[in-house]
Design a protein around this ligand. Structure first.
Ligand code: BG6
Length: 497
């Protein structure tokens, strides 16, 4: 279907996110013919650029970060002409008068009303300022044709997120607000819905009668790099658990949706968030573990400890690792633990989900036949490995009855081609904003429900500062306490083969 004429304003046009993610995504959308025929990108930033120098700068970003290799040979000139750079102070009213001018000019040229998208690729404290200015300048007035995109973090805690939602609710309609969680744009994450709800095979087993526990790991093998300033205000809990990890948990735990309507999916996910047991401050220390990486080595390369990173306090108490045990208190998930862990400078880059099924109810085989009596496990590798593995028990060939678990593997690149063929999360999400599809974005109530779960952990950790930081070596799987958290239930963390 023909798409509405659209103008995308990127606040933070000279920033890192625009350079690495947004522009490569837009360029790939252009190549795949997903952008509207009438489309313009106005990048707003403080740096000095002319249109020509800006386009060259973006060209470099695309060549470094696009999933397509050799891409700039195709249609670069045409794409680059869709981009304009506007050096402006985002606090000044004048800027918004000019924005209104851009909209008017393009509408006159196109002889059609345009959809306006305002993308906040700026520091989180500035986004509300832009919202106020857009409102006073009478932009964002038509709910059907104007949208504002917020990057995470959305708020710093429950109170600030709620305040921001209240204010946005006074000046805009909820359907104009797109709160991004880029994990939801990942192919492998969206595929969880297909796996669960487009197959009759798994869903009958998808509950506490058959599932022992669920694990979600998002490990990174790099440190905070040059984001120390931001990270000191965030920490792993705010940076990853409040958003990405809880969203993954929702995808795994939600009830089947009746349709793919944005609000239907979000209602079902909200039900999960509402059912997650909120730890009392006194229970936090039994159910959540934090860590901070020390200096050391990863794959022969020396790495700094977190406290030595740029813009990080030398006695920082900020966690770079978090592991939490959650329960979803509803019929389906009664007493099934969901173990979640994430950290920087860990053993490897690996985001994955494991569903561990219960053992068979009765063993007909001699005890020595098997090393494990819990063979049934479904592993969804989200990134960078992209596959789904179903593990089950087989008989090892030979005269004895010896059992051996094996994996049945669905591999994305075998089925659908390599990584360069899969749209990146930001492509999917930008395309959705352009089309006005909010399914993969956070609604106000979801963000607040997620903060409600995290808030007591933040508070308990604040009142009892860590005494053992730094407490894990780079290249490891995190602090020993994380192992203990799960070992006391008789399990261990699962890593990819
Ligand atoms: C971001 C966090 O949201 O997600 C980063 O702010 C983190 O700290 C990143 O590195 C991880 O994303 P991905 O897609 O590489 O797993």
């Amino acid at each position: 279907p023909k798409k509405q004429p659209t103008i995308l304003f990127i606040f933070g046009g000279s920033g890192d996110l625009t350079y690495r993610k947004l522009m490569p995504a837009l360029y790939n959308l252009y190549l795949d013919k997903y952008l509207p025929d009438q489309f313009r990108i106005i990048s707003i930033g403080r740096s000095d650029f002319s249109n020509t120098t800006y386009r060259n700068y973006i060209k470099k970003g695309i060549s470094e970060h696009s999933r397509r290799k050799d891409c700039l040979k195709i249609a670069w000139k045409e794409f680059s002409e869709l981009m304009e750079y506007y050096k402006a102070d985002l606090e000044s009213e004048k800027t918004y008068k000019s924005i209104a001018g851009y909209v008017k000019n393009y509408e006159d040229e196109w002889k059609a009303k345009a959809t306006e998208i305002y993308y906040m690729s700026i520091a989180p404290q500035l986004a509300p300022v832009v919202a106020e200015r857009l409102h006073s300048a009478k932009l964002m007035t038509d709910p059907a044709r104007s949208r504002m995109v917020f990057e995470k973090p959305f708020g710093h805690d429950l109170q600030s997120a709620t305040d921001l939602n209240i204010r946005l609710g006074q000046i805009f309609k909820e359907e104009q607000i797109y709160r991004i969680d880029h994990y939801l744009g990942k192919e492998t994450v969206q595929n969880i819905l297909a796996l669960r709800f487009a197959n009759a095979l798994f869903e009958p087993l998808w509950n506490s009668h058959y599932i022992d526990y669920v694990q979600i790991t998002a490990a990174e093998n790099i440190g905070v790099e040059d984001r120390g300033g931001y990270y000191e205000q965030a920490g792993a809990l705010r940076d990853m658990v409040q958003n990405h990890m809880l969203q993954l948990l929702c995808m795994l735990a939600m009830e089947p949706p009746l349709s793919f309507d944005a609000n239907e999916i979000r209602n079902k996910k909200l039900d999960v968030l509402k059912a997650i047991r909120i730890w009392h401050k006194d229970e936090v220390h039994q159910n959540a573990v934090r860590g901070q990486y020390e200096a050391g080595w990863i794959e022969g390369k020396q790495v700094k400890g977190y406290r030595q990173e740029k813009n990080v306090a030398p006695d920082s108490k900020v966690e770079t690792f978090a592991a939490v045990k959650f329960y979803v208190d509803n019929w389906r998930w009664k007493d099934v633990p969901f173990y979640v862990r994430t950290g920087k400078c860990m053993h490897s880059k690996s985001t994955m989900v494991t569903i561990q099924f219960k053992p068979a109810p009765q063993y007909a085989f001699p005890n020595e036949a098997a090393e494990t009596w819990r063979p049934n496990r479904l592993t969804v590798s989200i990134s960078p490995q992209m596959d789904i593995r179903l593990r089950f028990q087989t008989k090892q060939p030979g005269p004895q009855m010896a059992l051996q678990p094996v994996d049945m593997i669905f591999n994305y690149s075998d089925a659908y081609g390599g990584e360069d063929k899969q749209p990146e999360a930001y492509e999917t999400l930008l395309e959705d904003v352009i089309e006005g599809n909010a399914t993969l974005f956070m609604r106000a109530d979801q963000v607040e429900a997620a903060w409600e779960i995290i808030q007591p952990i933040l508070e308990a950790w604040k009142t009892r500062p860590p005494v053992d930081f730094p407490n894990y070596a780079p290249g490891s799987w995190g602090p020993e306490d994380a192992e203990a958290l799960i070992a006391k239930d008789g399990y261990h963390w699962i890593t990819l083969p």
